[in-house]
Design a binder for this molecule. Structure first.
Ligand SMILES: Nc1ncnc2c1ncn2[C@@H]1O[C@H](COP(=O)(O)OP(=O)(O)OP(=O)(O)O)[C@@H](O)[C@H]1O
Length: 364
């Protein structure tokens, strides 16, 4: 997807905060899908809901746009209680992307993208302009794809149309239920990367449901880990969830390889390197640039015979990272020291994610 900024093509400032205030859902047969969940999502933030099958993730998402009516609690969009708003009006302010996209098979791609603007009664010219800019935004040439039908597109292309359609009326919130899981792993990774760039431009408030921990770590500013009954086990940055699981459930859920995953979300900074010695600079050691991930640094070390990697800023050495230190970071937090490191990272991660929200870019 080419998502190069295009000035006023997309109104990027339009996003709302979401507050779930003790929301619950008990189905008529007595199933308590969600007990009492409280969760706050900042405007422009991307929050990922993850947890085992049946824990209530989709129910939470569908309560936000009231496809499922909550049986308890309140949902506030920018402070306004949407449990009192007409659900049809509400859904026009909320984009919704689902696994198999749900495009209308007998309508062209242009008509599919224009669905909500049409419902809102936009004049034809405005609809046409909007469809063109959105298809360009998601990397589909409007002249090539606009007149096609959904079955004439690949799975990844249909997924992009789904995102374009969800953005059509400039919603304040985007809800995404397993949006990338119907495509193969290579296409999925590419769509995720493109989606991050797209989000840097449109900066919507996004709640995304996934089963895939790597996807959660890659996309989420924060991750909410849920267990059965929509119980919130942890709500924190990817680095904190991986580095300092809050409960035994989270520890087991994120698995034994969480240390390695955590390296991928730990950037190499001036604060985390050791000083460069004269002996080090003289040696021909491998290098990584400042801002690379600790995972990249470990990868460089593992493919060389060296025991340390030099960290550079515009080709000037600013510090070193030893193999021992990187392996230490990758070791799951089992003692107080490791926990403290993870908590510090969590705090700086929080700063990083809010900074990213303001800057509109991400280091991942
Ligand atoms: N209409 C319904 N009536 C009764 N129970 C329901 C209904 N819809 C969902 N449930 C139950 O609510 C619980 C939560 O379902 P939900 O679809 O939200 O879970 P999920 O975490 O999204 O699952 P998955 O990851 O498998 O999609 C499940 O136990 C499910 O069986």
């Amino acid at each position: 997807m080419d998502v190069t900024p295009r000035g006023s093509a997309v109104d990027g400032a339009h996003a709302a905060s979401i507050s779930l205030d003790r929301i619950g859902k008990r189905y008529p047969d007595g199933t308590e899908a969600v007990g009492e969940l409280t969760l706050d999502v900042a405007a422009g933030e991307m929050v990922v809901l993850i947890g085992p099958s049946g824990c209530g993730k989709s129910t939470v998402l569908r309560m936000v746009n009231r496809l499922v009516e909550p049986t308890g609690g309140r949902i506030l969009l920018d402070g306004e209680d949407v449990t009192r708003v007409d659900p049809v009006q509400l859904r026009r302010r909320i984009g919704y992307v689902i696994q198999n996209v749900g495009l209308f098979p007998h309508q062209t791609i242009s008509a599919n993208v224009a669905t909500v603007p049409q419902l809102l009664g936009w004049p034809r010219d405005r609809r046409r302009r909007r469809v063109t800019e959105l298809l360009e935004l998601v990397g589909l040439d409007p002249t090539q794809f606009g007149a096609r039908y959904p079955h004439e597109l690949s799975g990844g292309q249909r997924q992009r149309v789904g995102v374009a359609r969800a953005l059509a009326a400039d919603p304040v919130v985007l809800l995404m239920d397993e949006p990338f899981s119907a495509v193969d792993p290579i296409v999925r990774t590419r769509l995720q990367e493109e989606f991050l760039r797209l989000q840097a431009e449109v900066r919507k408030t996004i709640v995304l449901v996934t089963h895939d921990l790597d996807e959660a770590v890659r996309l989420g500013d924060r991750i909410a880990v849920l267990s059965e009954g929509g119980r919130l086990e942890q709500f924190d940055t990817p680095a904190a969830v991986l580095g300092a699981p809050a409960t035994p459930f989270v520890r087991e859920f994120v698995g034994a390889d969480r240390g390695i995953r955590r390296l991928a979300v730990t950037p190499v900074t001036r604060d985390t390197v050791e000083p460069v010695s004269a002996a080090t600079t003289a040696a021909s050691l491998p290098t990584v640039p400042l801002g690379a991930s600790a995972y990249d640094a470990l990868g460089v070390l593992l493919t060389s015979a060296a025991d340390r990697v030099v960290v550079t800023d515009h080709n000037h050495p600013v510090g070193v990272l030893t193999r021992a230190r990187l392996l230490d970071w990758a070791t799951p937090a089992t003692d107080g020291t490791a926990h403290r490191v993870a908590q510090e990272e969590s705090r700086s991660g929080d700063k990083r994610s809010s900074q990213q929200i303001h800057d509109g870019h991400r280091s991942r």
